[in-house]
Design a binder for this molecule. Sequence first.
Ligand code: SD4
Length: 327
Amino acid sequence: MFSRRKFLSRSALGSMSLAMSASCSAKENQSSNTDNEKFTPTVIATWKPNIKATEIAWNIIDQGGRAIDAVEKGVRVPEADPEDMSVGYGGRPDRDGKVTLDSCIMDESGNCGSVCFLQNIKHPISVARKVMDKTPHVILAGEGALQFALSEGFEKEDLLTENSINDWKKWLKEKKYDPIINIENHDTIGMLALDKSGNLSGACTTSGLAYKMHGRVGDSPIIGAGLFVDNEVGAATATGMGEAVLKSLGSFLVVELMRQGRTPQEACKEAVMRIVKKQKYQDFQIGYLAMNKKGEVGSYCIHPGFNFAQHQNGKGEVFNSDSYLKK
Ligand code: SD4
């Protein structure tokens, strides 16, 4: 027989699960249902020469495009630029003279794709996007990543330029293995975008530390280190000495600090301070860049010299980051 007691507990459970599914779906909708929340579509990227890249990304956002498409197209700009010695074509090689690339990308649903130690492909970010869209995996490395890229129609190219070969030959004379990220002269791109639907995405791509050991992988292709996006909270990216960022899972940390209520600026500062507290920070640079759901941005670095590019309301600007050490 169906007792009254059983009926009460069943209906209590029933209404509980109704309440739960209501709150789940409210949460799912929260990210794209931004009608009640004020936000400003924005694109930011590490290092001021990347203003060319934020402009390309901004044009996509401005036309109502998705943040994930904007960041992919945006970071392809320095990947193809031979003048950019830290990314893609023209990037400085490792100590054996090989250009090896690290890239990752992450969208508003937490989907992500990454390639590391990839050689001879000009646009590793687009291979990372294919890993995200077409495979059940997150990271493909080295030869496997190359085979996948070729199977997707990417072409094998020589990424060395006359300049990068000459610089490498100069370096070979002393062969000093001193993997220090210089303070001024590097421009790995980490890009974050918030689109008109209120969705966040990010991309990060680099040829890594110049004259690194063959096989070395840095922070840039590691989700949570060089890049992290949580569409409920914000997004963050890193540049500088990858080992220091890896040891502290920096971008994940910045996003989690924003979740706890820090502004993007405060979160970046706190993540730099963790490194300052525990590592020999004097010899290397770290720069964090972050954005929250409103399109508010922040950055912080160890040494003065880190800067970033921003496009917002159709206007491109560059900003110098605040730093722990002062001039
Ligand atoms: C790396 N974080 O491979 C990268 C380097 C970088 O500008 O940011 N250079 O460690």
